[in-house]
Design a protein around this ligand. Structure first.
Ligand SMILES: *Cc1c(COP(=O)(O)O)cnc(C)c1O
Length: 431
């Protein structure tokens, strides 16, 4: 392990959180793990996002990253809107108080009834393909208000994580811009259809370089400018540039920052910054990942074939990506004793494993951490997006409790955001 220090180091606020959560018994025998959301952290992150971009940028949160209604309501109070991609996410956004004009809808497999619902809400609809365009044409109510446009795949290539890349040649999302005839057909559709007034594009998530994202967005800007020029008027008034700002999972530094991204875009695609178009963003991970952690009790430790094994309650049910793609989604851990004090036993390599009944249910392989024993605790960092908010029902493990917290002085205060699922609720859900 080359970075022993950062493996064990944790910020004061994370130590305080662990100490109080453990001393207040928020993690106990019947609730052996829980998620925690840093409310002030979310506020700060949103502030940095807004400061990085000019006024004509509108920021939509990618609801799939954390669809909890408390999180959505918090983001709404901070002036953030909602990017949704399924009927369930739409419902969560509506429950949190978002109205049609604050919502964009991006599901690739929209049924006619969800299309009607989106159009009636006046939410922004992104059309995935030419078949869908024909449906929308038929379903469009007279005098419809609200933005509609194609999702375009500029086919500029993939980032480091193939499963997270949406702008490869064969991506399942959007209309493939470089395929024969498509560009011409898209332009014709926009010119012939006055209610098409926006273009959407999302190059990918985590692992896409600034250069790759900018190359893709440039194609979209050029397409919009060509359409407007041919139309002889500003047909396309807004562009949605998607999300995809990567998160640093190695330490507490926020790098790249929203400002780094904005500066890069401004340098390479100045048209986004002139006000020629309203610009929408759809960040998910970069808003929430670093504002959440999971803390699990350690139930047992043992040694198998010379390897130290640490059995926790945190496995694939809250960290599916990390368990199934450990190299792409390695998470930082820190260790605490039974009183919530930072653990400072000798550093040793240990497998940190979850409760699920399959051999791959390991959240960290041969990780160098202070030697752990039962009744210690492990904190799993940077899990505010796509982890406890996206549970997986393997082994009928319950959805875990989540608390919002704020630290005033030295005193964290906790708000229950979501109760741990009861066994009865679990049974009802599984059917
Ligand atoms: C997932 C997704 C996002 C958010 O991606 P992040 O990497 O979390 O910022 C934004 N837009 C669309 C269309 C997406 O599918």
């Amino acid at each position: 392990m080359d970075n022993k220090r950062s493996e064990t180091a944790t910020t004061n606020s994370h130590s305080l959180l662990a100490q109080k959560a453990i001393q207040n018994q928020l993690i106990n025998e019947s609730q052996p793990l829980a998620g925690f959301i840093n409310i002030d952290g979310v506020k700060q992150t949103v502030q940095t996002l807004k400061q990085a971009f000019p006024e004509h940028f509108e920021h939509y949160f990618a609801v799939k990253a954390n669809s909890m209604s408390t999180v959505l309501a918090l983001l709404k109070t901070l002036g953030i809107r909602a990017e949704t991609a399924s009927p369930g996410e739409l419902q969560q956004a509506l429950n949190a108080g978002f109205t049609g004009k604050d919502i964009v809808f991006d599901e690739p497999a929209k049924t006619p009834s969800i299309i009607k619902k989106i159009l009636n809400l006046g939410a922004c609809l992104h059309i995935d393909n030419f078949d869908e365009m024909e449906r929308v044409r038929v379903l469009l109510p007279p005098n419809h208000q609200g933005e509609i446009g194609y999702r375009i795949n500029p086919q500029v290539g993939s980032g480091d994580i193939k499963a997270m890349s949406t702008a490869g040649q064969h991506s399942k999302f959007g209309v493939a811009l470089k395929d024969s005839g498509n560009r011409t057909r898209i332009i014709q559709d926009y010119l012939a259809t006055p209610w098409l007034n926006t273009i959407h594009c999302h190059i990918g998530s985590q692992g896409c370089s600034f250069a790759l994202i900018a190359e893709g967005l440039k194609c979209i800007v050029e397409l919009a400018q060509e359409i407007n020029q041919k139309a002889g008027e500003q047909r396309i008034t807004s562009l949605d540039i998607g999300g995809g700002l990567a998160v640093n999972f190695k330490n507490d530094e926020i790098t790249p920052s929203f400002q780094d991204y904005a500066d890069f875009l401004q340098e390479h695609i100045p048209a986004l910054f002139t006000g020629e178009f309203r610009v929408k963003t759809e960040f998910g991970r970069a808003i929430m990942a670093k504002n959440g952690v999971i803390i699990s009790r350690i139930e047992y430790t043992k040694n198998s074939g010379g390897r130290d094994i640490v059995i926790t309650h945190a496995g694939a049910q809250i960290a599916a990506r990390t368990v199934f793609m450990p190299d792409a989604w390695s998470l930082r851990l820190s260790a605490f004793d039974h009183q919530g004090q930072v653990k400072n036993t000798p550093l040793v390599e240990q497998d940190i494993v979850g409760p699920c009944c399959f051999a791959g249910d390991v959240i960290a392989h041969q990780r160098t951490l202070p030697k752990l024993t039962n009744n210690d605790y492990v904190m799993i960092h940077d899990t505010g997006a796509y982890y406890f908010a996206n549970p997986f029902f393997y082994n009928s493990l319950p959805v875990i409790a989540v608390y919002g917290y704020q630290i005033n002085g030295q005193q964290p205060t906790f708000n229950l955001y979501r109760q741990q699922q009861t066994l009865e609720q679990m049974a009802a859900l599984i059917g």
